[in-house]
Design a protein around this ligand. Structure first.
Ligand code: BGC
Length: 454
């Protein structure tokens, strides 16, 4: 068995500058899909459609955090994290998502209780307002392809901020707009399961507008920190051939720059070559690029591409050469140095327009038992987290402003179309009983946080 990896003294010193967090998302942990006046969202529709989720699981009860949030808070307090990134379910607050619907008091009460429990435990709440769970009623009218959804999002954010804005000062607006646009609308492997290829791109603009709208509302409610959580990946060409480099440039454009450029520079990269026109109206770009206090960045792995001469897309993803892979196999390689390189690229690309970065998600799944009969020694997860934190320290030392780091995830949970087959938690969850058992990575993260505190 490999020994526990140690940080060099310099790296430990550098990591002292970070605030540490752990993350989850409502649909992935709450269960209780029909309780408390909750409405339906696109993930309810997805899981209820037979064959969509690999193991036919429905996220209910899953970790059942709707009933067990006090245990989650206790685990967070034991971990010693500064913050907890969880998400608020839109349909617990506005069940049908529609204009003029009275906010659901039971849903607001649930999140208020969670926030109060966190604060009492000394953990700063940092909720995400949208983690992929669009109300079904809004998807029926075009979802993120329809600009009206932005206004409905604003009303929901207003209701949440009215109730929680006096206690919650740190917010994430939209989680991974790239995943929603590319996997949800363009390719269809995530909800809402559309396969529109480049016609999906208005969903990018509307999610970014939703981010800008929420930022304004939250600021009016006294927020101290607001950002999106954008997922990025260092894109690598498979070979040195011109076609592979061109393919890598296209994917970098639509996966990274299409989101970071408007947020940080107030303009889209040049999309003419792709024949894409964004539905931009006066004032949109100013709203989208409302300065954020930090830049939330989710990072898991690099992506390698191969040029494709003829086909619906000009690239194809191929395995990245790597010493090791995660539970997802070859398309999810472990290459921590690519996080350092990507962070340095961000600084080079955006210069002084880049606010301090917060790594808003980083983590990995590995095969682990469904039932826990003894301690879970997840040495591979510890090595993954250690090596990525070392990459973060190297990026800071190279001059990239980085303010925080977040492990995905606090708990094993419902991994979207992969159901319960991928376990990301610092804490094992038995999906039959809800029982929580900290893995050895939980102790490792706790000790790391303790060792960098004064
Ligand atoms: C998402 C999480 C997801 C994780 C692992 C991110 O893309 O924000 O909801 O569980 O990655 O796939």
């Amino acid at each position: 068995m490999a020994g526990t990896p140690e940080f060099a003294p310099q790296a430990l010193q550098t990591l002292r500058r970070l605030r540490f967090s752990a993350a989850t998302a409502a649909f992935q942990i709450e269960g209780a899909r029909t309780l408390g006046g909750r409405g339906r969202n696109i993930w309810d529709d997805f899981v209820d459609d037979p064959g969509k989720v690999i193991d036919s699981s429905t996220a209910d009860p899953g970790p059942d955090s709707y009933h067990r949030s006090a245990e989650d808070v206790e685990l967070l307090a034991g971990l010693g994290v500064d913050r907890y990134r969880f998400s608020i379910s839109w349909v617990r607050i506005i069940p049908d998502g529609k204009q003029g619907t009275e906010p659901n008091a039971v849903g607001l009460d649930y999140y208020e209780r969670l926030v109060d429990e966190l604060l009492a435990a000394g953990v700063t709440p940092e909720p995400t307002l949208y983690h992929w769970d669009l109300p079904s009623g809004l998807e029926a009218t075009g979802g993120w392809l329809n600009g009206d959804t932005v206004h409905r999002f604003g009303e929901y954010v207003d209701a949440v901020a009215d109730r929680l804005g006096d206690r919650v000062r740190h917010w994430y607006t939209i989680n991974e707009p790239a995943s929603t646009s590319l996997q949800g609308y363009a390719l269809g492997d995530l909800a809402p399961g559309r396969a529109m290829l480049f016609d999906a791109l208005p969903s990018v603009h509307h999610q970014l507008l939703a981010h800008g709208t929420a930022t304004k509302i939250l600021r009016e409610h006294g927020a101290a920190q607001v950002s999106a959580a954008s997922n990025h990946s260092l894109i690598l060409p498979e070979t040195d051939a011109g076609a592979d480099h061109a393919a890598a440039a296209v994917l970098d454009l639509i996966h990274n720059r299409l989101f970071a450029d408007p947020l940080l520079l107030g303009e889209y990269p040049d999309l003419d070559a792709l024949g894409i026109q964004m539905p931009i109206r006066d004032g949109d770009m100013e709203l989208i690029s409302t300065p954020s206090d930090v830049y939330g960045l989710n990072y898991y792995n690099p992506t390698t591409v191969h040029g494709v001469a003829e086909g619906p897309l000009p690239f194809e993803m191929v395995p990245t050469p790597a010493a090791a892979t995660t539970g997802f196999g070859p398309l999810w390689p472990i290459r921590p140095e690519t996080l350092r390189d990507f962070l340095i690229d961000m600084r080079t690309r955006y210069g002084v327009r880049l606010p301090p970065i917060v790594i808003s998600e980083n983590g990995a799944s590995f095969p682990e038992p469904e039932a826990c009969t003894g301690p879970i020694r997840d040495d591979e997860r510890i090595a993954y987290l250690h090596d990525h934190l070392e990459a973060v320290a190297e990026a800071i030392e190279a001059g990239v402003p980085i303010a925080g780091y977040t492990v995905w995830s606090l708990l094993d949970n419902f991994e979207w179309a992969d159901g319960y087959t991928q376990r990301f938690g610092l804490v094992h969850v038995n999906m039959e009983t809800g029982q929580r058992t900290p893995k050895s990575s939980y102790g490792w993260y706790r000790d790391l946080i303790a060792s960098v505190r004064p």
